[in-house]
Every structure is written in C-alpha cells, then in structure tokens.
Design a protein around this ligand. Sequence first.
Ligand SMILES: N[C@@H](CCC(=O)N[C@@H](CS)C(=O)NCC(=O)O)C(=O)O
Length: 256
Amino acid sequence: MPWVDMRLPRRHYKRTGETVGDLANRPFPPWELVLETVSVRLREVLPGEPRPMKLYMTPGSCSTGIHILLEELGIPFEVYLVNLPAGDHRKPEYLAINPKSTIPALVRDDGSALTEFQAIAYWLARTYPKARLLPEDPEGAARVIEMLAYVVGTLHGQGFARIFTTESFTSNEAEREAVRARGREIAERGFAIVNETLAGKDYVAGTFSIADAALFYTEFWADKLGLDLPGHCLAHYRRMLERPAVQRVLREEGYR
Ligand SMILES: N[C@@H](CCC(=O)N[C@@H](CS)C(=O)NCC(=O)O)C(=O)O
C-alpha cells in the first residue's frame, strides 16, 4: 500500500469551556466537538509492529454502536472523527478507506478496511468469541442478525435516514416535511415491532450481543428527537445507558 497522508479530526477533544450539562443540552448532533485535526499517515505495517484498529466515526451517529462494541471488548483502538456535515466523508483521503463514503469503517490490524455496520459487528463478535457478543447456536445467532438487519436496514435506513438526510429522498422542497413524517412513521412502527421481541428479556438475545449496540443507537436517536419509545424499548435503552462501556463512549463522544 502506498503512503497516504490524511488530515482528519481525531479523538482528543479540546472542550471549549462547556460543562457536561451544556453538552447534554446541545442540539443534536454536537458537530462542534470536532475540534482538533491531526495529520496521520497510513502505510504498510512493518513485521512485528503493533498497530491498533482504527474506527472512523461521527459522534452520535450509527458508528456509536460500533464504538460501544469496541469499548465493550476492551481492545486497543483509535478513533478518527469524520465530520459528515463538513463533507469529510467525500474527501479523497476518506474515499481511499471507504469508497462508499459512509461511516462506520474499521481499519483492522492488517490495514484492510471493513464497512457496513452488520459486517463490522459480526466480524468483531467472531474475532473475539470470548466476549460472547453473538450466540453460538444457529437459532440464537440468526435471531441476532435478524434484529441487526431490521434495525440498520429498516429503522435506520428507511426511517431515521428520511429524517436526517431528507434531501436524499426527495429533491422537491415542498415534499420534505412529508418525507420526514414518513420517516417518523417507519421508525415508530419499527420500535413497536422490536418492542414485541424484547418482552420478558433484558437484551435482544437475553444477554448483551451485537444487536443491542445497533438497537441502542436508534433508541438514542429517538431520545434526542423526542420520539416516544414503547415500554420494553425504553427499558432496554435505560439498561444500555447503565453499562459502563456505553457511558464511556457517550462521554467520549461529548454527550455526558
Ligand atoms: N449501510 C451502512 C450505512 C451507514 C450510514 O448510513 N451511515 C451514515 C451515518 S449514520 C453515513 O455515513 N452517512 C453519510 C452518507 O451516506 O453519505 C452501514 O451499515 O454502515
């Protein structure tokens, strides 16, 4: 791999005098936390040279779910902020990592980039099996992937995407409100369906799995948008907020 010089914002936030309370009450998302830009240089790893994984992410976005999984695993990793509103995801430096221009992307120890939430989550679960992020039995694993697909593909991809990136669903200004309303409808229906599957369980698969990290980021969005979560989803969201790894991630992303 040739050398690639990049200037991307990374995790060392300089907080500019805000208190934690101010941050919590910020409009969503807190783009202004992207404050420090550093130069990085990617190259082939020399034999034996340690190289932590790199998560390319945006605070408070779907990549928060992968951030949580990495934090839950307790493995070394670096976080690089990709400023979506500033268009960093369309810059050649980032396209060299993920030509689809989406976050999250995970650059692994061997330098290869993995994209798509479900693929990254699955790879982490299979690579670090001791953490039990995916049930071993086919039925349990399939149910977790079923939930992942629904949350990422429908709740996020069909519902919240209409609310956050309305312009990619219509170029007609007059239709924007209707598109956003449809997004809310899809999200609300999605949570109602997820709610049924959570009945009597603490987590999607009974114990914490990769599906919970995905569900969490959509519940977090619902919370920030003032969208009411049905009972089991709300309990799940609150349970997730109690997890030390989730608290660390939210703090680091500027929310707590
Ligand atoms: N299918 C992708 C979707 C990821 C996605 O939509 N990410 C959003 C942020 S939450 C994004 O990168 N948006 C920028 C864009 O699509 O140009 C995945 O599962 O990773």
